[in-house]
Design a protein around this ligand. Structure first.
Ligand code: SF4
Length: 407
């Protein structure tokens, strides 16, 4: 039943982008399981049926999560894929590696597994695809020797993730790398031992550009912001003007709260600070002239998730501003998370994410029982489905491009 030719997969090697099919073919030279993966995938594409059985209890001693059981449902046809488990490794903050470390990861994985990796998808983890049950403990032992730990899987704290932050980005309003590292170490028990109704995720973004998509993809989003007014450099504004940059149309007219005004005569840009929603648009458009304010920290939001029990949610603000400058500042955040998880553990149904429990029982009950003070920033809307896609028809009808310019 296994097929030698893979015409459907071969289509995916055409075009200018890197192809996962090419990579599997390269791995197939050295790995029997990678070689069987090609005909299995071809068969799935042809039959339009997935042949993986999800789940199953596999793991290492002392851990509940980190390894995800994968079995093919036709093992008689694909004996090398009968067990093809996924191993998640806890990645370093900001995904910084040297080549020696990457070679170590690949060497261990080629020795014990398929050699196929999946680096930093939406989970953030280093994902290693395909090993047999009896290889899991040796894999874990060798990765531990090399300084790696397992990531999260199952009903636990999933591997925390952060944007590159101050490592490479001028917009970062707090040290996302340090916060993520410190807070991950604090919650190792929660990460390794599934104990809750379902999974829980924390993602750290240094500013409202939210490069980790935390607002849609994590139960707790920690998004950098500032409390005072953004800083405008008048000399740099004049340079933008001298270079012909359309400040009014590209910056002021697109400010969601219309808090910026540009005077073309004097080439001055002014702001009504109280009106600013700190959306980052003006800073993105004029990064040399507009900067976050001086009093920096983060907004904490709760309840983001994709669809399972309810539809997809974007997270709610629970703390509009929290300082995150030092280890001491991390303590209130840790306390907040412990309280929220405890409430959810008491009240959540199986496979219900924090946001769904809040949605079912009400924000009032959640706030009263966790002791979080209500604030005006806790708006109920907008928080609808974050997966919004525009198609060409809609754009044609509106007569504008996505950036607002005329078609
Ligand atoms: Fe930079 Fe903000 Fe993106 Fe982080 S979220 S990388 S701080 S733009």
């Amino acid at each position: 039943m296994t097929e030698k030719k893979t015409p459907l997969l071969d289509e995916l090697e055409k075009g200018k982008w890197p192809s996962f099919v090419t990579e599997i073919k390269r791995a197939a030279v050295r790995s029997a399981s990678a070689a069987e993966l090609l005909p299995l995938l071809e068969r799935s594409y042809r039959e339009r049926i997935g042949h993986w059985k999800h789940g199953g209890i596999v793991g290492v001693r002392g851990y509940g999560g980190g390894v995800i059981g994968r079995y093919v449902d036709v093992p008689e046809d694909y004996p090398n894929l009968a067990e093809f488990h996924t191993v998640r490794l806890l990645q370093p903050s900001g995904w910084f590696y040297n080549t020696k470390t990457l070679r170590t990861v690949c060497d261990i994985w080629e020795k014990h597994g398929s050699g196929l990796t999946n680096m930093h998808g939406s989970t953030g983890d280093i994902i290693l695809l395909g090993c047999k049950t009896n290889e899991i403990q040796p894999i874990f032992d060798e990765f531990s020797e090399a300084g790696f730990d397992l990531g999260g899987s199952g009903s636990c704290l999933r591997t925390t993730n952060c944007c590159v932050g101050p490592g490479r980005c001028e917009h970062a309003c707090y040290d996302t790398l340090d916060a993520c590292y410190n807070i991950t170490n604090e919650f190792m028990d929660e990460l390794h031992r599934p104990m809750w109704p379902y999974k829980s995720k924390i993602k750290f973004s240094g500013c409202a550009n939210d490069c980790t998509s935390s607002i849609a993809r994590s139960d707790c989003s920690v998004i950098g912001t500032w409390r005072d007014t953004l800083i405008i450099d008048p000399v740099a504004v004049k340079e933008y003007a001298a270079n012909g940059y359309p400040i009014k149309s590209q910056v002021c007219d697109k400010c969601p709260t219309s808090c910026l005004t540009y005077n073309k005569e004097t080439q001055e840009l002014t702001i009504v600070g109280e009106e600013c929603s700190r959306c980052m648009h003006c800073i993105n458009m004029m990064p040399k002239a507009i900067h976050p304010g001086k009093e920096k920290g983060a907004t904490i939001l709760i309840g983001g998730k994709s669809t399972i029990v309810q539809s997809a949610f974007m997270s709610w603000v629970v703390v509009p501003f929290m300082k995150l400058e030092s280890e001491d500042d991390y303590e209130p955040f840790k306390e907040l998370m412990r309280g929220i998880w405890e409430w959810w553990d008491e009240n959540g149904k199986t496979r219900e994410r924090i946001g769904e429990t809040i949605y079912r029982l009400g924000m009032g009950k959640f706030l009263r029982e966790t002791g979080i003070p209500p604030v005006p920033q806790m708006v109920f809307r907008p928080r609808a489905n974050p997966y919004v896609f525009w198609n060409q028809d809609e754009l044609d009808k509106s007569g504008t491009m996505l950036d607002g310019s005329a078609l």
